[in-house]
Every structure is written in C-alpha cells, then in structure tokens.
Design a protein around this ligand. Structure first.
Ligand code: C5P
Length: 236
C-alpha cells in the first residue's frame, strides 16, 4: 500500500506580505532552505513514504520546480516527486494535488507547508492509526484559550473547552475516501479549511491522534517574528 504526501505551498501568504517583502511565506528560508523544504526533509525519513507532490503557486511554479531539482540533488532525496499548480482556495490546491497522484497510491497525507515543524513521530502516529483500520486520521491538541462564539461584537455563547480540539496537518486519508470527499465538495459547493471537514461532511469517521504544540502554523507577521527570534541567524 503506497503512501504519498501532498505538500501545499500554493497560498499567497497575503497576511504575511508586509513582513516578507512580498515573497510568499513558503519561500522564506530557514537553515538556508525554503520553509516548505523542511517538511520534505522530515517526510523523507519515513520509510513508508513513496513520493511527494508539491503544490506551487501557478506564477512561481517554474522557479519552484527548478529550486526543488537543485535541493533534491543537494540533500540527496531519494524519492519520486511531482509538482502541480495550486488553485484559488486551499481545497482547490488539494484537488489539483490529488489529480497528480500515481495509480499505485492508496493513502495520502495532506500537509500545509506553513507548518514546517511537524515531526516524523507525528506522521508515524497518523500512519499507525491507519494501519489499525482508520480511513481518516488527524492530529489534534487541547485548546487552552477559552473560546466564545460571537456575532459582530457580541458574545453568543462560551464553548465547552474540554470538548474542543485545535487540529493540525499532516492529515492522513485512504485515497478513495478523500477523492470522494473532494468530488462531493465540488458537486455540492462545500467549502472547508481542512480536508477532514469534507470527510466529516460525508458522514465518515475522522480519528484524532495527539498533535504537537511545536507544529505551529506560520500565518501572521507575529508568527514570523517569533520564528525569527528563535532562529534569527537562520531565517533570511
Ligand atoms: O491559507 P492558509 O494559511 O490556511 O494555508 C494553509 C496551507 O495551504 C499553506 O501551506 C498554503 O500554502 C496552502 N494553500 C494552498 N493553496 C491555496 C491556499 C493555501 O496551497 N490556494
């Protein structure tokens, strides 16, 4: 059963444009490598992984392809890979990635390159849950903030924090199930900010495994500033 990963790097990073001088955030460098590459280096340590599909912003695809070719040789990544252009929304980018998977692929990890610190141990937990029979597995962490549902400037209700989880990527799926979820989303006009939501909308079970506090998402200028403080000589 072959496992591939779709590595999403096709976001415009608009919330970060000011902080990154107009470059999409995934092209920022860490350890002398672009941010998205860190996930590729982690994923390649997993023997189960059969290949990677990079999803690039259409305008940056040729440059990113060239960069990946160079890094592939430099870091001796011995894995098949493909690259496709993303779409307007994250879920469009995932769909484009799904089209690029080979026929031999049976399960797929979907990972946001905006989370460069996901560990191999986390991916292993996802795959082990799949080995035990789950068809959709996601990492989740407890919510430490009190979360309120609001409308305009007024609180509607306070949610029961003990029942809430913040979820992360990578998310792991049996490929036929995820394909079905995306096809249905297209047909019905469903929109979602992660892939598990589309599987949930089908009425299928989504299993959670422990996520990681360190698996943070680099979204805002503040996140970037934090990263800079932690790794200042490394980030260009
Ligand atoms: O937009 P957001 O910050 O939620 O993006 C999460 C991940 O999805 C990022 O890694 C981003 O590059 C990717 N993305 C994408 N195509 C889009 C929008 C986001 O690949 N159209």
């Amino acid at each position: 059963m072959s496992t591939w990963c779709i590595l999403l790097a096709a976001g415009s990073g608009t919330r970060l444009q000011a902080a990154t001088a107009g470059r999409p955030k995934q092209f920022l460098e860490l350890d002398g490598r672009p941010l998205y590459w860190r996930s590729a280096l982690t994923l390649r340590t997993l023997p189960e992984l059969a290949g990677l599909v990079f999803v690039a912003p259409a305008a940056h695809l040729p440059a990113m392809e060239e960069e990946i070719r160079r890094l592939w040789v430099q870091d001796a990544l011995n894995l098949p890979w493909r690259i496709v252009a993303g779409g307007a929304r994250r879920q469009d980018s995932v769909r484009h990635g799904l089209h690029a998977l080979p026929d031999t692929c049976a399960r797929v990890l979907i990972h946001d390159s905006a989370r460069p610190f996901a560990s191999a141990a986390l991916v292993r937990r996802l795959l082990e849950a799949m080995d035990r029979g789950a068809a959709a597995v996601i990492p989740a962490i407890a919510v430490t903030d009190t979360v309120k549902e609001v409308e305009q400037h007024t609180v509607l209700r306070t949610l029961d924090r003990s029942r809430l989880r913040a979820v992360q990527t990578p998310q792991a799926f049996a490929l036929p199930l995820l394909r079905q979820a995306h096809a249905r989303a297209e047909a019905e006009g469903w929109e979602a900010t992660d892939d598990a939501s589309l599987v949930e909308a089908l009425g299928e079970a989504v299993v959670i495994v422990p996520g990681e506090e360190t698996n943070m998402k680099i979204t805002t200028p503040q996140d970037l500033e934090l990263l800079r403080q932690q790794t200042s000589p490394l980030l260009s």
